[in-house]
Write a protein that binds this ligand. Structure first.
Ligand code: ZN
Length: 261
């Protein structure tokens, strides 16, 4: 079965900054999609902020198995309605991979429920990512650690909820450390945050990063049928209770009344 991935790129630095445009002539989203499409088991498309509706609709998310999200300069320009669509899709079972500065995206903060803040420095430091869960599918094919020669530093404390699993911890030349690969389950959806990917460096051209992204797409894919409405909260009337019961005591709700929200 082919996993259908959608790579969402903010596509602002690539349009406005010659350095980034030179590194990523097809956009970071283009480079990431190419890396995913190198795997016969994945078919990746792209969407960008500037597309109609940011290239996101309920229909498109319904036929997306795993969404990847890169944003930085324009988190605030993503419509709240789009954020809710993505959250609903994740709760229904769509996989989500949030990349680098996507830690501050509305989508990630909505799903984490915490500030997702961190410390940072742009000094081209070497990053060494230690694999803390060697048997995790996202770490498949990797050694004990791998290095990225030039990266932006992200440091702890990282304002996220305690992860389900921590797959990578980064060390930076300046001495800071960071939980750079963490997983969550939100509703029926698998969520992975992967730290590297600063726009001023060629991180998304590195084979080891491609490997992690392909592993992550396969891990995040939930093959079960989507939950039709993850927000549904139906009333179960007395006569539909699994065991026969008599209604008793006072009550607030009329028969057949919609629940309160
Ligand atoms: Zn960055």
């Amino acid at each position: 079965m082919t996993i259908r991935a959608l790579v969402w790129g903010e596509n602002v630095h690539e349009q406005e900054n010659p350095l980034v445009a030179g590194l990523y002539p097809k956009g970071m989203h283009g480079a990431i999609a190419e890396a995913l499409n190198a795997d016969a088991g994945i078919r990746a498309e792209t969407a960008v902020l500037q597309d109609e509706g940011h290239g996101i609709s309920r229909e498109r998310l319904a036929r997306t198995d795993v969404l990847l999200w890169w944003g930085h300069a324009a988190h605030g320009r993503v419509a709240d309605a789009t954020v809710e669509m993505v959250a609903d899709a994740v709760w229904s079972g769509m996989g989500l991979i949030v990349l680098h500065s996507g830690h501050f995206s509305k989508v990630f903060k909505r799903l984490m429920g915490t500030p997702c803040n961190l410390t940072w420095r742009e000094a081209g430091e070497r990053e060494r990512l230690w694999v803390t869960a060697p048997s995790h599918p996202i770490a498949a094919g990797l050694g004990p650690c791998f290095e990225i020669e030039h990266e932006e530093m992200y440091g702890e404390p990282f304002g996220i909820p305690e992860p389900l699993e921590t797959v990578f911890i980064s060390w930076f030349q300046g001495g800071e450390v960071f939980r750079s690969g963490v997983t969550y389950r939100r509703g029926a959806g698998n969520v992975f945050y992967f730290r590297p990917g600063h726009e001023a460096y060629p991180t998304y051209h590195l084979p080891v990063v491609h490997q992690v992204l392909r592993n992550a797409v396969k891990w995040a894919h939930n093959p079960a049928a989507r939950i039709a409405d993850p927000n549904a909260a139906p009333n179960v009337p007395v006569d539909k209770a699994p065991e026969k019961i008599e209604e008793r005591g006072p009550k607030l709700h009329a028969h057949g009344q919609e629940g309160l929200r």
